[in-house]
Design a protein around this ligand. Structure first.
Ligand code: LP5
Ligand code: MN
Length: 246
């Protein structure tokens, strides 16, 4: 039996090859797969439900199909799609996960996160995050027509692009201090996250403790996923073209 973890697919109607890879990836999950975890940024931008957006409905329908195959779906919010709520959960059949979630299967344990909260040097982003995650602001924005919500999202994207051009790669990466503090709090020696788009497996050591970090890559040139089976966790990838049929 196995569980699969993916993140940062950044699906959108302007990237049909990603959507095809996503459909083929889901279709290719074999019978050993019991649970699929999506750790944020499934969509490139999610501004809430949008009737005009047929792409949203297609992705939701694909996810819902997992139910019939008895694959349980868990979805975490990312920084591009933090507005998921009960309706998204109902329509996809997913369980929405909190920002920190302790995954456990027998002796296999890992703290699941999107990854942005570990980037503690990116203080501008964390300030912005606290504003847009405010439930009151979200319910106000949620009441706006979808076209307005799309407009706000695109302004935030532009501001973010500008801001990022002035930030170093180091500022936009996780800090070991946050990694050690967070894993200590959850008494866990392994973290799985995405967000940084810097896939890899690394071991971080501090006196008396060590933490394994598995970072999922974003879907682009390659498709990334982690498998947890009886052998433990392993990060895997394939060329996008092999899955998208291009
Ligand atoms: O994702 P990535 O890698 O491009 O960048 C992130 C951080 N940026 C963001 C912003 C997203 O790119 C855009 C999100 C759009 C979703 C919109 C949904 C909301 C719609 C609302 C309508 C209902 O997350 C970037 C990090 C980077 O990761 C690396 O970790 O650095 O952070 C920034 O660049 C943020 C800037 O530092 C500050 C941006 C200020 C924006 C101010 C607008 C405030 C308006 C709030 C009220 C609507
Ligand atoms: Mn992200």
């Amino acid at each position: 039996m196995s569980d699969i973890f993916i993140s940062d697919l950044h699906l959108g109607p302007e990237r049909p090859e990603l959507y095809r890879a996503f459909c083929n990836f889901l279709a290719g999950l074999d019978e050993s797969v019991e649970q699929l975890y999506i750790l944020g940024d499934l969509f490139d931008v999610w501004v809430g439900h949008d009737k005009q957006n047929h792409f949203q409905a297609e992705v939701i329908a694909r996810l819902k199909m997992l139910e019939k195959r008895r694959i349980r779906l868990f979805v975490m919010r990312g920084n591009r799609d933090f507005l998921y709520g009960k309706r998204f959960a109902r329509e996809t059949g997913a369980t929405l996960l909190p920002d920190y979630y302790l995954y456990q299967c027998g002796a296999h344990r890992a703290l699941l996160m999107h990854g942005d909260l570990l980037c503690t040097q990116d203080t501008d982003y964390l300030r912005y995050r606290a504003v847009v995650r405010n439930p009151l602001l979200q319910s106000l924005l949620g009441g706006l027509p979808a076209s307005l919500r799309r407009g706000i999202a695109s302004r935030i994207r532009n501001k973010s692009k500008q801001a990022q051009s002035g930030k170093s790669m180091q500022i936009m990466d996780i800090t070991e201090q946050a990694l050690f503090e967070t894993t200590q709090k959850y008494s866990v020696g392994r973290v799985i996250h995405g967000h940084t788009h810097r896939p890899g497996v690394s071991l971080h050591k501090t006196p008396g403790r060590q933490v394994e970090r598995l970072v999922l890559g974003d879907w682009g040139e390659k498709v990334w996923w982690i498998v947890r089976d009886s052998n433990g966790f392993s990060l895997q990838s394939r060329q996008l073209s092999q899955l998208s049929g291009n």
